[in-house]
Design a protein around this ligand. Structure first.
Ligand code: NAD
Length: 490
């Protein structure tokens, strides 16, 4: 147990103070790297959620009444605390996820960049001034907060996920209740502590720990939650949209992906192989933007497969900076991954490498999935169409560009996509025609930046975009203002 980084029992943050669950419920948080207990966290229930929402409601008038610049100054103070405490933050992220310390520090840096960017929006938060058809009439728009935001996140990049939601929600003048991911409670708890120390007024951000159905669902259903912003699976996202839709609450959904990476016959194969490995296996494949469908031109298929196979066999798996990928987040996910690969095998796919839990002494206690390459899977099979969210990727052979594009688009998801080609015409055609929220040439399926809008089409989301300035559209209402001048009174 790591008592130096976080407490043995991680509590909720409600109204600026740490609180246990009303009924004293706790759940265990295990280290994915060792399987050992890291800490326990509060298993919040509906009554705890109600207290958090009441606290956020109470804080709303004062917070929304501040100028955006004043809010931005406080958010910038949080960003500065995050920077000053980046090593500790990253150590907590690494402990909870099993990712390497350097990767956790990189993720923390991304979260800080997001914090700084959004804090700066306090000095912008632009509306529009525009023309009117009518003489002596002036038209403009302004932004208003919605009220209390309900924020629900996944554990895969825990501090980035916190930052992507909290900063845009608060800069717009909303107060918030964040439901932390159950696999990374201490990361959210530590953020709450930094926010309090930086001077965020009590109740502006409340953080509740707990399970999805017990703590997340009552938050979504709460009548005082004006906007629900959710990052997680498509399955849960659909339920959230249904619940929130009944009372017409605003919803932002950042959901799963089954992201294609196309390797053309004119690609720089070394560069493509590097990016396939990073897209498929970095963060143990636990990225919504992971590359899980590698679509390769027939002319280079055999050569490229052999390159990938050799490189995958050389990957080091473990929780240190010497390793290429770490464990997956929990044992249930690991079991599901192994089962998905087994089903694929039974349906005729070939497992080129990996495909199972790592059970050697170094890995047996943790939740390690061997990096897995699969070929000859039917493009309509479950392994080709359902997100697995682990270090598993499938290779597909296509004869030409048109078949590659068709296959890339033949998916229920549409989050990110990538093409490797030196041909500008192929790159342009692919990035224009691929059905995805993000299209990349000659790099990975992931790597979106904090000032750019991210989100998907089809079942990868509901059309909203986070972060970038586009996130402000989720967390604010626009109001049109018309001012009519009476010339006689001038
Ligand atoms: P999940 O949907 O099971 O859980 C996500 C969050 O929702 C957790 O905090 C969980 O407690 C909560 N939750 C679960 N059931 C709930 C319910 N009934 N009501 C309210 N909240 C509930 O997802 P996961 O397996 O933890 O995370 C992986 C998923 O997240 C993948 O599908 C991945 O693609 C997606 N993801 C998407 C993005 C993006 O930006 N598009 C980013 C990261 C992860």
């Amino acid at each position: 147990m790591n008592t130096k980084l976080f407490p043995e029992i991680v509590l909720n943050w409600i109204d600026g103070a740490e609180k246990g669950a009303s009924d004293g419920a706790l759940f265990n948080n295990l280290s994915p790297a060792t399987g050992k207990l890291l800490c326990q966290a509060v298993g919040s229930r509906k009554s705890d959620v109600e207290k958090a929402v009441a606290s956020a409601r109470k804080a709303f008038p004062a917070w929304s009444g501040m100028t955006p610049v004043q809010r931005g100054d406080i958010l910038m103070a949080i960003a500065q605390r995050m920077r000053a405490n980046a090593e500790t933050m990253a150590a907590i992220v690494a402990a909870e996820t099993g990712m390497a310390p350097s990767a956790a520090l990189g993720e923390t840096g991304g979260a800080i960049a997001q914090a700084e960017f959004m804090a700066g929006e306090g000095r912008r938060l632009y509306g529009r001034t525009t023309t009117s058809a009518v003489p002596d009439k002036y038209a403009m728009t302004v932004r208003h907060p919605l009220g209390v935001a309900g924020l629900i996140i996944a554990a895969n990049t825990p501090i980035a996920n916190v930052a992507w939601k909290v900063f845009p929600a608060l800069i717009c003048g909303n107060t918030a209740v964040l439901k932390a991911a159950e696999d990374t409670p201490a990361t959210a708890w530590f953020f709450g502590q930094l926010a309090r120390d930086a001077g965020l007024p009590p109740g502006v951000l409340n953080i509740i720990q707990g399970m999805g159905e017990e703590a997340g669902a009552p938050l979504v259903a709460h009548p005082d939650i004006a906007v629900v912003s959710f990052t997680g699976s498509t399955e849960v996202g659909r339920m959230i949209a249904e619940t929130a839709g009944r009372r017409l609450a605003k919803v932002s959904l950042e959901l799963g992906g089954k992201n294609p990476l196309v390797v053309c016959d004119d690609a720089d194969l070394e560069n493509a192989a590097k990016w396939v490995l990073l897209s498929a296996f970095s963060n143990a494949g636990q990225r919504c933007a992971a590359g899980s469908r590698i679509i390769i031109f027939d002319a280079v298929y055999d050569q490229f497969r052999d390159m990938l196979l050799e490189k995958t066999q050389q990957l080091k798996v473990g929780p240190t900076d010497m390793d290429d990928l770490g464990p997956v987040i929990n044992e249930t996910q690991l079991i599901n991954m192994v089962a998905a690969v087994e089903t694929a095998r039974q349906e005729g796919a070939q497992i080129l490498v990996g495909g199972s839990r790592m059970t050697d002494p170094e890995h047996a206690d943790g939740f390690y999935m061997a990096p897995t390459l699969i070929e000859n899977a039917d493009p309509r099979a479950g392994i080709s169409t359902r997100e697995v969210f682990g270090p598993i990727t499938c290779l597909y052979r296509v004869k030409d560009f048109q078949e590659a594009l068709r296959m890339a688009n033949d998916s229920p998801y549409g989050l990110t996509a990538c093409i490797h080609s030196r041909n500008i015409h192929r790159v342009m055609e692919f990035t224009q025609k691929v059905q995805a929220g993000v299209a990349v040439a000659n790099a990975g399926t992931y790597g979106s930046e904090p000032h750019m809008p991210f989100g998907g089409v089809k079942q990868s989301g509901n059309g909203s975009r986070e972060p970038g300035t586009e996130a402000l559209d989720i967390y604010s209402n626009l109001k049109d203002i018309y001012i009519c001048v009476e010339p006689d009174l001038i």
